[in-house]
Design a protein around this ligand. Sequence first.
Ligand SMILES: Cc1ncc(COP(=O)(O)O)c(C=O)c1O
Length: 400
Amino acid sequence: MRISERARAIRPSPTLAIAAEAKARTARGEDIVGFGAGEPDFDTPEYVKRAAIRALEEGFTKYTPTAGILELRQAICEKLRAENRLDVSPEEVIVSCGAKQSLYNLFQALLDPGDEVVVPSPYWVSYPDMIVLAGGRPVFAKAGEEDGFQVTAGAIERALTPRSRALVLNSPCNPTGSVLSRERLGEIAELVAARPDLVVVSDDIYEQLIYSGEPFENLASMRPALAERTVVVNGFSKTYAMTGWRIGYAAGPKELVAAMGRIQDQSTSNPTSFAQKGALAALLGGAEGRAVLERMRTEFDRRRRRMLSLLREIPGVSCVEPLGAFYAFPNVEGLLGRRLEGRILATAVDLCQALLSRGVAAVPGEPFGAPGHLRLSFALGMADLEKGVGRIARLGRDLS
Ligand SMILES: Cc1ncc(COP(=O)(O)O)c(C=O)c1O
């Protein structure tokens, strides 16, 4: 079978592959600690489930407008106004099957062959492939470990060319957990203001998971003049533990959102009707919603601190403190180039393979653009977290 060049140009998602491998091994009875998952281990809040069940019982089971039901888009506008100081109308919002589909539609609607998108590196694995699928070219701006993985305006400037069409910002960041400081964001805003042709893609999916106490900011809320060429992407997966529901959204310039809508029209049509009702309930959750969120954030924070201190005790491992999301991104170069049971572990991929045989599923840094690192999710119970990091430490001790 001849497979299209387009499909051959992209890689399967390595994070989903690791999570699937861990699940398969667990199903075979192996004792695997899974650090691979990019999803909260909490269940979706009851009040959200109840709303979706009610929608089903009331027969809300038909097609909806492609861009999502009006009440949900209105609630998203209200959320963006209240929490992000953004003034957006429902025609400027599209609800998709996850933030992932919004991002996919966005690059399809924005890019022509050869157009470039500046992506800070390390990056979420899907950006480069989505950009390539849309005919574009990702250009990476290195976010240095010595800078706490916060990309600088200078690094972005060096990646810009006359073909640059967009800049992706993802703070808090998957995989590093870095959060752009106000100061850093201000410098990036200056740079973007001087490039009026540049569209900003602000992937805010981890906005509720910040542990420093700092309020969340994005480029558009910080610099309102940039709002007209910023597309805010967000969703329900991480904030409300709703990964399987597949509801995310984008808010941006009307023309661009309409183009994204045409692409969604010809692919999936609307996101699932009753899942939209669940998402609406999540946003309207009031005090109950805030309490659930706060409990989740507090628990993630507890695990984050524990993971960081355990990792920093392992000789050969260093780790920048993750200030957001639910990932630690330790540097494991000190464990590489050494032997385990006669075999040299040359790369983080080799290390992850060795870890899997010792009951730990971790994702290597390579697909995030950062060899020599591991991405460890702390969205798992404390006992498993301690057991898993203990196994990494033991492997470190067995190296010669
Ligand atoms: C940075 C980032 N953006 C977007 C997404 C997509 O989220 P979803 O499609 O579940 O809304 C993810 C999920 O892992 C992510 O980590």
